[in-house]
Ligand binder design. Structure first.
Ligand SMILES: [Zn+2]
Length: 371
């Protein structure tokens, strides 16, 4: 086993990890450093974001909203809503409800919007369809079950942006806490062909009618004509999660869930049970490594955190498992059998990869001809 001298990743945890010959650092740490370098030093970053705020305000003159902010109820997006108010931006807050949000998340979001006096638009998914999609993903044995929610969120936000003609989309994504994720643990969130094919092979016979999605054509049109701009604000503002948590707790009465992404009951069960049991993946390794890179915790603290169990007790696990299976209308026998089956790659299904290859070939040709 080969281990990174900085973070807690190693060749047993991540199959396709690589190490730099000189420094010994893993490719995730090196990639992290490159991303940080790319956004510039503190002075460059604060200038960039100050200019961007001015640009958004200028663009939004006379409009009801000047940007869109998707909020999950977690720390990052909640802090971003707070940041918008401080900087006098006027976001339309969009919350996507896939049926799994904990009551506390819903309370947190409503509370934040009323405290900050922001408009909230909640999109509730067609549960029957979404449930069938989740069942298809479970039965197929592909690793990234979160593709469904992430894809639907991206599609919904794009649709709302085009309806209200809003150009700027604020994102809670940030290098300090989310840049490290081995690609073998996740799949392309925007690949609609892949979702459709997994559903065709493992879902029921009913065609999908309402699931928000972005086809290949949608993505191309959006890029060339609507030109929405995604702004990863937290990368430019010295974001520290622990401080952010303190601020939103005291200023907005935000209440803690006790774990990353635990605002959704399904996400919690997926990360704390399905992923480690079936796929031998514990995403905490990536999250904690990221925090080590951004110097928010030490390696020793990360190792200590890993020793904590994913569930407080067997009772907690069993009651959550019962809840999830009841909601998905799946028997425990079927679920346990699925957990024992070998995983299957997303690449065993249709993907948009070929279409993108052809598209980039054409773009390259056109560029060459117009030179
Ligand atoms: Zn590393």
């Amino acid at each position: 086993m080969k281990a990174c001298p900085r973070c807690i990743l190693n060749s047993e945890i991540v199959k396709h990890i690589e190490f730099d010959e000189k420094s010994g650092l893993c490719n995730f740490c090196i990639n992290y450093d490159n991303l940080v370098e790319k956004i510039g030093d503190e002075k460059q970053r604060s200038k960039w974001i100050a200019d961007k705020i001015a640009e958004i305000k200028h663009y939004g003159k006379g409009k009801k909203f000047d940007c869109i902010l998707g909020v999950s109820g977690g720390v990052d997006s909640t802090y971003l809503a707070y940041w918008c108010k401080k900087n006098e931006l006027r976001p339309l807050i969009v919350h996507f409800d896939n049926g799994w949000n904990s009551e506390l998340a819903v309370q947190n979001i409503q509370n934040i919007c009323s405290k900050l006096d922001f408009d909230l638009q909640t999109i509730v998914i067609n549960w029957d369809e979404f449930k069938e999609l989740q069942l298809a993903y479970l039965r197929s044995g592909v690793i990234d079950m979160e593709v469904l929610t992430d894809h639907a969120i991206a599609a919904t936000i794009t649709q709302i942006a085009s309806k209200h003609k809003i150009k700027y989309l604020l994102s809670g994504f940030n290098i300090a806490t989310e840049a490290i994720m081995p690609s073998e643990w996740v799949y392309d969130k925007l690949d609609w062909e892949n979702i459709k094919d997994i559903y065709d092979k493992y879902g029921n016979d009913k065609p999908l009618k309402t699931f928000p999605h972005l086809t290949f054509k949608n993505k191309i049109l959006n890029y060339w004509f609507f030109k929405t701009e995604l702004i990863q604000v937290l990368n430019y503002i010295n974001y520290n999660k622990a401080d952010a948590k303190k601020i939103i707790t005291s200023e907005l009465n935000w209440r803690d869930y006790g774990g990353k992404h635990y605002e959704s009951i399904f996400t919690k069960f997926y990360q704390a049970y399905i992923l480690p049991q079936k796929f031998k993946v514990d995403k905490r390794y990536a999250h904690l490594s990221n925090l080590i890179c951004s110097k928010q915790i030490t390696k020793e603290e990360a190792v200590k955190e890993l020793e904590l169990p994913l569930y407080n007790s067997q009772n907690d696990l069993q009651s959550e498992k019962r809840y999830v299976l009841k909601k998905l209308t799946m028997t425990e026998e079927e679920f346990d059998a699925i957990m024992k089956r070998s995983p299957q790659s997303h690449h065993n299904f249709k993907t948009e990869k070929e279409k993108w290859n052809r598209y980039f070939k054409i773009i390259k040709l056109l560029k060459f001809n117009f030179k």
